[in-house]
Design a protein around this ligand. Sequence first.
Ligand code: UDX
Length: 455
Amino acid sequence: MFSQRSRAATVRGMRMTVIGCGYLGAVHAACMAELGHEVIGIDVDPEKVAALQAARAPFFEPGLPELLERTMATGRLRFTTDMAEAAGSAVHFVCVGTPQKRGEFAADMKYVDSAVDALLEHVGAGELVVGKSTVPVGTAARLAAKVAVREPGAALAWNPEFLREGHAVEDTLTPDRLVYGVEGGAETERGRSAKALLDEVYATPLKRGTPLIVTDYQTAELVKVAANSFLATKISFINAMAELCEKVNADVTQLADAIGHDDRIGRKFLNAGLGFGGGCLPKDIRAFMARAGELGADQTLTFLREVDSINMRRRIRMVDLAREVCDGSLIGKRVAVLGAAFKPLSDDIRDSPALNVAAQIRLQGGDVVLTDPAALDNARKSVPDISFAETVEDTVRGADVVLLLTEWKQYRDLEPAAISGLVKEKRILDGRNALDPARWRAAGWTYRALGRPRA
Ligand code: UDX
């Protein structure tokens, strides 16, 4: 029987494994070490492991390099490709990706399944396997059955992760809530023991009063996709308002401020612009729709199809706007693009609206030059047939139009005077409603944005 008594004894921290060292797992591993635990990060990619083992972050995430340095120096954190090193850990976190399947809406579960299968070779009695990846509802119950067959004395829990890239360290160390999905919603002995182990993992945030919801597997799985669907819906709602604002020359930023003062609505996630991208929101809402279909509830989530469509339309609208200000044709026009990452403080270009717009403009004959403070290397690999520049100055030189597509602080703070003498035409398109139109217009620029008045 699964019970806490039989797990590896720990005095201060626990010994734990983190499988999958991407944006989620690498941060989770370092944060668990920061909380005092002894952590082994495991990944199949030897290059990633070598970087992490040398205390180098394999991707851009504010605060992670310092955290890696600090926690690796304590000797509590190390990384390996060898799954056998998972043996003896009290808790094994599964943090691998669940990307969208090629040509389908559903999530690809092959990484989760192969990680769990490999892990189960080394899991012993009294140990807990904890899923953190975003998965279709029903996955935890399926994996719990696998655990039971392989090691009846072990257990499984689902503990969804809500971290935002760019704020991943603070979101992990000081989460705004913790959710545990355990067997029987902690009504069984096994469920209670799993909860007790997770309470020990998160003793520090729990002591600080972090809200905790203990529930069953399926509710915990749904919490994550429901949260991401709600956030995506909020963004598409304001972007639908932006479409209407464009029709009547109204201002969506003032509209968002005004409705956001109602605290039932709230101002957060009401920034209209190019819409959402990244490795989570787009694929999570699609996988949720696919899963609802499998469950015979396809109508329930048809509104998410509209959320997705509104979001994708914004990218097309941005390209149309660029063509419009370039006198009806992009062919041969020099288009300067500020931003490639799907959002600021990240080098992640997965489903990046900025990069998507840049690629579409290139397809329509535009001569695109792009810059980004963190995502330039990733962008180069993904869209090889556009030009790249290291500085804003080199990007905008000779431009027929400048597009701000990722609202990095340095682009928000850009002074019109700093680039007025470099461009060919003083035209700026603000894809993120991040600039002050009055300042740019006062400096003689044509300023256009999504959902804002023309002049
Ligand atoms: C998201 C969720 O926020 C997080 O809780 C979950 O764990 C993973 O997915 P992330 O993908 O890191 O996190 O980014 P987020 O900050 O949510 O932004 C997603 C996208 O929405 C970005 O492209 C961003 O530019 C866009 N966005 C966000 C808007 O267009 N308008 C807004 O008001 C807010």
